[in-house]
Design a protein around this ligand. Sequence first.
Ligand SMILES: [Zn+2]
Length: 244
Amino acid sequence: MPEGDALHRAARRLQPLVGERVEAETPNPRAQIGRIAEKLDGRRLLSVEAVGKNLLLTFEDGIVLRSHLRMTGRWTLVPRGATRRGRPWLVLRGSRYEGVQWNGPVLELHRRAIARLGPDILAEDPDLDRMVANFRAGDPGRAVGDALLDQRVVAGLGNKWKAEALWAVELSPWRPLEDTSDPELRALLRAAAGQLRGSLEGSRHANRVYRRVGRPCPRCRVPIASRGQGDANRIAYWCPGCQR
Ligand SMILES: [Zn+2]
């Protein structure tokens, strides 16, 4: 499942194309709406970055391609002209490599970078002050676990790392923000950043609560609980014994 770390991997994979003028084509008819290939063909690719759950490819003249992978999409980098099976949505061909986008499902052109996303949890030096300020700018009665998945507060966190980070700092996803101190929020964000970065760098992570409903908590042996949380009703996992 593409969480923030999968997007960062994709962004790294495509770096060899940065600085190149690309040839663009959209072999899959589903990607031909919007004439993306025509608008990108011959332009220089200036940067590829993961921002929240989006991969943003910035081209000269302020054109930004937004790629959202959801559960199915992926980007590969292969030698230029490599044979392939099937029809990818988009091919960006540089002098030595080509970036190939499979299965969309979201490819959109924008005139400039997307604003309104919170600071990236996977930045080299995550902007914890601004994230905490974003938590405080919203409804104080909102549950911390719900706010943590709001990409306008913190960009790049998915459901799994939400659950694992809250467990790591012994915070219940149901605690209202007004009952959560700034140092607690900072500890939570640091835990999430550390776990995600570890995952990006390839270290294995054994889930403590995520998808372990009914199993004993590794810390206190109380069975893990789960329940839908927030507007999207995504499943929160937590230990009722040690997460207060
Ligand atoms: Zn516990």
